[in-house]
Design a binder for this molecule. Structure first.
Ligand code: SAM
Length: 276
């Protein structure tokens, strides 16, 4: 069993929709059950990976810029920090960094981390041309915690020996075998909905992707892997994952700046545990 050490568990990326709020719960469930390799094929900010920090892991995401950040932090944290510290935090500099197109992988990683820490709301959004188009955040948004709180250096230590792949989730889930554990946190989509939120997401992760994921998760379970999928609390999801044990989790979501505008949001954790 691996020890959960708070000092090395903080993700270095702010990832909207990330699982920081549920990461310790998922990690505590996985910890005693994980015997082989850990897979996280929708990496984003990697909250569950950092909470678990397993000895053998394959982390992946379809976003190549994101995976480059993890690779550079793993292999060249000092150089990444040196580049990052040199960039002034001003509106003018932000827009200049946002439109720059560095050829060097280390500078690309520094650019990503800088924008992640200074963009409005920490949002990651690309326009149709694939360019990052979030406005400057201002206020107290700054990359300083990345070195002040040792997020890059501790993140780099946690990433040593970890495989980092640019990939669609399916070939990664298909690698999991008996004793392995897979945690999937896809972009949420539900079937037969026509509100704006779902339409927006459909461009990124369609309902047929959801069906592909459910089928791949079931195949991994049949090979003996433990599989957990986070998903929207919605009847179409419950139906799609009818063979999974479903647990409902609740969190407070801030929908506006005022405190009384907080609302309760439910999510599913869908679990297939071969040891049960
Ligand atoms: C909700 S985020 C994951 C957040 C993460 N669990 C965290 O704690 O920060 C979903 C991630 O899935 C990635 N993604 C979307 N479609 C994908 C696909 N088909 N295959 C692999 N990754 C995908 C996105 O790039 C994004 O990083």
């Amino acid at each position: 069993m691996q020890k959960i050490d708070e000092a090395v568990t903080k993700p270095f990326l702010k990832w909207p929709g990330g699982k920081r709020w549920l990461a310790q719960t998922i990690a505590k469930f996985l910890q005693p059950r994980l015997q082989g390799q850990y897979f996280e094929p929708f990496l984003g900010g990697g909250a569950v990976f950092f909470a678990l920090h397993p000895t053998r892991a394959t982390l992946s995401d379809i976003n190549s810029d994101l995976v480059n950040v993890y690779r550079r932090v793993r292999d060249q944290p000092v150089k990444v920090l040196a580049h990052l510290k040199r960039i002034p935090v001003t509106s003018k500099e932000y827009y200049s960094v946002r439109t720059s197109n560095p050829a060097c992988k280390i500078k690309q990683a520094a650019q990503f981390l800088y924008l992640n820490r200074t963009a409005f709301g920490g949002i990651y959004r690309l326009n149709k041309e694939g360019q990052f188009n979030v406005p400057y955040g201002g206020g107290d948004r700054t990359p300083t915690p990345l070195w002040r709180d040792n997020l890059i250096t501790s993140g780099s230590k946690t990433l040593q020996g970890v495989a980092l792949k640019i990939s669609d989730f399916e070939p990664m889930v298909d690698m999991a075998v008996k004793g392995d554990a897979v945690y999937c946190d896809p972009t949420y989509t539900v079937a037969h909905e026509n509100n704006g939120f779902v339409r927006y997401n459909e461009r990124n992760f369609s309902w047929s992707d959801q069906e592909r994921l459910a089928a791949a998760a079931l195949r991994a379970y049949k090979r003996g892997a433990l599989v957990i999928v986070s998903n929207a609390y919605h009847p179409s999801i419950r139906k799609l994952y009818s063979e999974f044990t479903a647990r409902r989790f609740t969190r407070k979501s801030l929908v506006s700046a005022s405190a009384d505008a907080r609302r309760t949001v439910h999510e599913y954790l869908l679990i297939l545990d071969p040891q049960k």
